[in-house]
Design a protein around this ligand. Structure first.
Ligand code: FE
Length: 203
């Protein structure tokens, strides 16, 4: 890797902050925020090594930035070989951009409680970005496209995502509450007692 350029992340955070200051409309945030994220993940020379390390037992979510007002958070999502999420939702807008390796994504929708795949599994390559939200489609399952190497994607959400109560879904579409937390933030710094009970169930 060439010279390390950590300013790319702080530039992205400043640009996204400015966007949220002027735009409240989700479609605008997803379109313009998606373009900013595409710019960020177009160069793989800024992510600190500590937030790029896979874990052999499960995929990792490292907190890169969280606004004090929790308008948004930025996470590096690090996949070990072959790792995948359960089917899950987000409940807030989210943008996913692949930085390294590749990711496989399958969208789902829930009708009358039943879970149905929407479209095909698609593959995101480095530099590509996709969006999720309750408006544009919020349920998916994501996996590392490789079974022999690490992949990394950068996720941006319209909340402090590690503290958001959301759901995973079993094959029948039955939801189960979970709160993801962050690999590098100890749960006592994130949660009240009740929330801690739902912590770590899945993604
Ligand atoms: Fe997701």
């Amino acid at each position: 890797m060439s010279q390390h350029r950590p300013h790319r992340l702080s530039d992205f955070v400043a640009d996204l902050s400015a966007l949220l200051d002027r735009a409240g409309d989700e479609a605008v945030i997803l379109r313009e925020g998606g373009a900013l994220l595409a710019e960020l993940v177009a160069q793989d020379d800024w992510l600190p090594e500590a937030q790029s390390l896979p874990d052999p037992t499960r995929y990792q979510q490292y907190l890169l930035h969280r606004e004090p007002a929790a308008r948004f958070s930025v996470v590096s999502f690090v996949w070990g070989p072959g790792q995948a999420t359960p089917v899950h939702d987000h409940t807030v807008w989210g943008l996913i951009g692949v930085l390294r390796g590749a990711e496989l994504s399958q969208a789902y929708e829930r009708t009358n409680g039943a879970l149905k795949a929407v479209g095909r599994v698609h593959r995101l390559e480095p530099g590509q970005v996709e969006a999720v939200s309750p408006t544009v489609g919020d349920i998916h399952r994501v996996a590392n496209a490789f079974d022999d190497r690490t992949s990394i994607s950068i996720h941006v959400y319209g909340a402090d995502i590690g503290t958001v109560k959301r759901s995973t879904y079993d094959a029948d579409g039955k939801p189960k509450t979970f709160i993801s937390g962050y690999a590098d933030v100890p749960p006592p710094l994130l949660f009240d007692r009740a929330s801690a009970l739902a912590y770590g169930a899945a993604e």
